[in-house]
Design a protein. Structure first.
Length: 218
């Protein structure tokens, strides 16, 4: 093999390796969007509550939440926000680190490797029902900026703009959600909106699959 041939072969190998690495970095996780019925049991330091996940209304959001839960992404996170008579909020991986307390509420990730789009379809039952007590919805910082932060409604709220993807609702343990909503807070965004003074931790989230759901992604 002459020198020119060796150079061309090496260049081809490098090009192939770079192409494979790029494809690996940009492809979506293995598996299709979830279908069927799914519930999540969210175990916290103040008790546990169960939510029905709305796969039909928000398949991408539910898939993201379920896969992150299966990766134990939420385990050890804090509820970093309690807004009295409004919402409790979690899903920020930075909240696991007390040294990043000033950054709590700014973190998060998705299984897609980027922020992903809202699922706000006016024809779906959840959109039509709106932000009722116990609703599980995505927190965001503007249109199509979803990652992993979510909130649970403490009361019905008919004035909240329909700008947050609804992807589930509490079916059991609403008393635990209310207990979290009643903890003392360090005010941040007004006198009734801030961080809990005593940490409320997500111990783990367990996903219950039914209706022919696929196994966890590898």
């Amino acid at each position: 093999m002459n020198t020119k041939t060796r150079i061309l072969l090496c260049a081809a190998i490098v090009s192939l390796a770079v192409g494979q690495a790029f494809a690996q970095a940009n492809k979506q996780p293995k598996g299709e969007l979830l279908t069927g019925d799914h519930h999540a049991i969210i175990e916290t330091s103040l008790g546990k509550f169960e939510v029905e996940l709305y796969t039909a209304d928000a398949p991408k959001t539910v898939t993201n939440f379920v896969r992150l839960a299966e990766q134990k992404f939420f385990d050890g996170q804090r509820f970093h926000r309690v807004s009295k008579n409004f919402v409790i909020q979690a899903g920020d991986d930075k909240s696991k680190d007390p040294k990043k307390k000033s950054e709590w509420g700014t973190g998060g990730k998705s299984i897609w490797g980027r922020e992903f789009e809202d699922e706000l379809n006016p024809s779906t039952p959840s959109y039509q029902a709106g932000y009722m007590k116990g609703v599980l919805a995505m927190a965001n910082r503007g249109p199509n900026t979803n990652t992993s932060q979510f909130f649970v409604m403490l009361r019905d709220n008919t004035s909240l703009p329909k700008a947050y993807t609804i992807f589930g609702k509490v079916t059991k343990g609403m008393d635990v959600v209310e207990k979290i909503g009643q903890v003392e807070i360090e005010p941040q965004m007004g006198p009734t909106d801030g961080r809990p003074k005593v940490d409320v931790i997500i111990k783990k989230i367990r996903i219950l699959h039914s209706g022919g759901a696929p196994p966890p992604a590898k």
